[in-house]
Design a binder for this molecule. Structure first.
Ligand code: FES
Length: 174
């Protein structure tokens, strides 16, 4: 594994841009959600969230991540990528909400959905819109597989309302 790939266990290691307060807010929201359901963090078997920094290519046009071994959500604040594995399908999303294009999305492990903290738009793990001010699904990056890595094309973003076929195809079965 490259020495500058940040393991999920340390959300801010090696990442100067890491927003610790945002991370703590997310963590507190997850814990509060679990507590409301009478669960502890150890009970959260559904799509856990981790924080990583992908390995950037020399040109900076791609970011690579080890193929997730099991279902879950990886948040890469530095590269503006959310990598989600759900039911054996890996999808890379733009980190920001498609409504305004500026607000980072959060993952709710308690509800198994993405939520925009700004206006509360909600999305399925596939990125499909559930409800809210956003008028389309979460934007997806083009993805490909190279060995045991998922390669995310940071310069190829699909918006569901402009390219439905491209958006739908931007996934990997693993
Ligand atoms: S910015 Fe996300 S719903 Fe408005």
């Amino acid at each position: 594994m490259p020495d500058h790939f940040v393991l999920p266990s340390d959300p801010c290691a090696g990442d100067d841009a890491c927003d610790r307060r945002a991370f703590l807010r997310r963590g507190a929201a997850v814990v509060a959600g679990l507590a409301a359901l009478g669960l502890t963090a150890d009970d959260a078997l559904a799509l856990p969230v981790s924080h990583v920094t992908g390995l950037a290519s020399h040109s900076g046009e791609t970011a690579s991540y080890p193929i997730p071994a099991k279902d879950g959500v990886l948040m890469d604040d530095k590269r503006d990528v959310i990598l989600a594995r759900h039911k054996g399908i890996v999808t890379a999303f733009l980190l920001v909400c498609p409504h305004k294009g500026t607000n980072p999305l959060d993952w709710s492990a308690a509800k198994n959905e993405f939520i925009c903290p700004k206006h509360k738009s909600r999305f399925q793990p596939s990125g499909m819109r559930i409800e809210g001010k956003a008028d389309r699904a979460m934007d997806r990056y083009a993805v490909s597989r190279q060995g045991n890595m998922v390669v995310v094309a940071l310069d190829r973003i699909f918006e569901q309302d402009k390219d439905a076929a491209g958006w739908a195809a931007a996934q990997l079965a693993v």
